[in-house]
Write a protein that binds this ligand. Structure first.
Ligand code: FAD
Ligand code: SF4
Ligand code: SF4
Length: 498
């Protein structure tokens, strides 16, 4: 019997008992165990690219929903950047009103199947959960994201997803640059008001990082494709392989092409490197390149792919965030015999989600903590053969509040590896700002915006990673929504002044 079937059986028995009890008191809810997310066993999943977490069944979702204390002050909602009415949708699941549940979520969140999977809920909604506080273990709070995913998956799998309704055409045109979560959210909200929306995307497939960064085993691409389909059904025109700043300038969109407003959601796609010797050797990748080639260009298919990726046998990944975990776990699936994750601090300081860290470990990624590479070593053909590392200890906290790593002199050592993936962060895409000097940016290249997400160039709005620096899907969506509200209001007021 699979793990999921076993968990479902247990949940069904528990649910029956709970429903018989009638109205549950807070003390009863506190006793209900958190429902574990079923997952593919690690020995199987490393051989495939299918989703690791397989999702709650209805019984599991209802039991988990019955744990919610239905707090009147809703602290969890304050932790959600788009303020989903969490207790209301959870109550609907508990009462098996699943259509109501997804309806409530969709009032504020556009991509619940995506957010339910990748949102760092433990530092957002779940961090505020009263149940977690009462149990003195925040990880044991209500599994809000898993419930969100359940409701969204049920709707999608039923095939009854209804695209948002659209007001009569206004004849006004709005352009969107970049099709990540910020651009998608903006496009939907502006299209709903009846404005015509064109979405320009530099790559051949829309979806941004959802499509080319986050791997299939965490976020199936069919889910992102479905969202893009919905966008097209709403009448949003998507123009792929079109780089604003190269194919056409931003100014031409406004001055020659008849767009009344432009939203820039071009993300943070510029990889950072360490600046150590050897980063130009063959076998060194940025995590962006590695993941894009694996996700979007099917580089793992060494027989058929136009741009196959070399399958490293001993791979070192530098970094400790979600991107580093994704790269390491992708390397495992591409057949590496050994994958090391090299990180300067300890696991406590790692920015990656706890779940991703434990999944990476289960899949055999070896964590080399408190050490960092100082040099990448190559052979006479410039192929990577190893890395030189130095050990660290933790010193005083830095401005981020994390204890800063201090190198230990004389602790250098060499490790044999044949591939290196640098995953130490990303910076803003510089092209738009470089080709549109009217748009002000800060010293890290992030576009500066006001409270409406409008840039220093009137009619040009921006949001997501290009404004926040590498952030999260839900924050990017929140920015897209904020900018759309401002654009819609501007268009309406222009009409009322006619
Ligand atoms: P993006 O998603 O980066 O989309 C920008 C789009 O703009 C891209 O498609 C790009 O091709 C296009 N573009 C750029 N310049 C131009 C141009 N000049 N013309 C036309 N198109 C252009 N966040 C989470 O919340 N949870 C996670 O688990 C998580 N994991 C991540 C894993 C990886 C590997 C990465 C890289 C990021 C992860 N993030 C995660 C972060 C999250 O994906 C981003 O914060 C989010 O995608 C930002 O959205 P965006 O719309 O601003 O930009
Ligand atoms: Fe929590 Fe994210 Fe869902 Fe908001 S969108 S409820 S923060 S998981
Ligand atoms: Fe439910 Fe937790 Fe929100 Fe309270 S804080 S309503 S227990 S999810």
């Amino acid at each position: 019997m699979s793990e999921k079937t076993q968990l479902d059986k247990k949940a069904k028995v528990l649910l029956e008992g709970l429903l018989k009890e009638g109205e549950l008191k807070a003390k009863d809810r506190l006793q209900i165990p958190q429902q574990q997310m079923p997952a593919q066993p690690s020995e199987e999943r490393i051989k495939n690219n299918f989703e690791v977490a397989t999702g709650y069944t209805e019984a599991m979702a209802r039991v988990e929903a019955l744990r919610c204390l239905q707090c009147v002050n809703k602290p969890c909602v304050e932790g959600c950047p788009v303020a989903i009415d969490i207790p209301a949708f959870i109550k609907a699941i508990a009462e098996a009103r699943h259509n109501d549940a997804i309806g409530i979520i969709k009032q504020t969140s556009l991509l619940p199947s995506v957010c339910g999977r990748v949102c760092p809920q433990e530092t957002q909604c779940m961090e505020r959960c009263t149940l977690g506080k009462a149990l003195k273990d925040m990880e044991k709070g209500v599994a809000i994201g898993r419930l969100e995913r359940f409701a969204a998956d049920l709707e999608r799998e039923s095939g009854k997803t209804v695209p948002p309704s659209i007001k009569p055409e206004t004849g006004k045109k709005v352009a969107v640059i970049g099709s990540g979560p910020a651009g998608i959210t903006f496009a939907v909200d502006v299209r709903r008001e009846g404005h015509s929306v064109t979405l320009f995307e530099a790559l051949h497939k829309p979806g941004g990082v959802l499509m080319y960064g986050i791997p299939e085993f965490r976020l199936p691409k069919s889910i992102v494709e479905k969202e893009i389909d919905n966008l097209e059904k709403m009448g949003v025109e998507i123009v792929p392989n079109f780089v604003i700043g190269r194919s056409r300038s931003l100014k031409s969109l406004l001055e020659e092409d008849g767009y009344s407003a432009v939203f820039i959601g071009s993300g943070a796609g510029l990889p950072k490197f360490m600046g150590i010797p050897g980063e130009n050797l063959v076998g060194v990748f940025s995590a962006n390149e590695y993941l894009t080639r694996a996700n979007l260009m099917k580089a793992y298919d060494t027989e058929r792919s136009a741009t196959p990726i070399s399958r490293g046998k001993r791979v070192a990944v530098f970094g400790g965030g979600n991107v580093a975990m994704d790269a390491a776990r992708t390397a495992v699936r591409l057949g590496a015999e050994k994958v090391y994750l090299v990180y300067r601090r300890t696991e406590k300081e790692m920015p990656a989600r706890i779940e991703e860290v434990s999944h990476a470990k289960e899949e055999g990624v070896e964590f080399l903590l408190l050490q960092n590479a100082t040099k990448i070593i190559g052979d006479e053909n410039d192929h990577v053969t190893g890395i030189e590392c130095i050990r660290y200890e933790l010193g005083e906290p830095d401005e981020s509040g994390r204890r800063s790593p201090v190198p230990i002199g004389g602790s250098e050592f060499v490790m044999d590896v044949d591939s290196v993936i640098v995953a130490i962060g990303n910076e803003s895409n510089p092209l738009i700002a470089a080709t549109t000097p009217e748009i002000e940016v800060d010293k890290r290249g992030r576009i500066l915006v006001d409270e409406n997400n409008e840039t220093s160039m009137r009619g040009v709005f921006a949001g997501g990673d290009i404004v926040l620096g590498a952030a999260t899907v839900i924050l990017a969506m929140g920015e897209g929504r904020n900018a759309a509200a401002a654009v819609n209001a501007r268009m309406q007021s222009a009409d009322s002044h006619k």
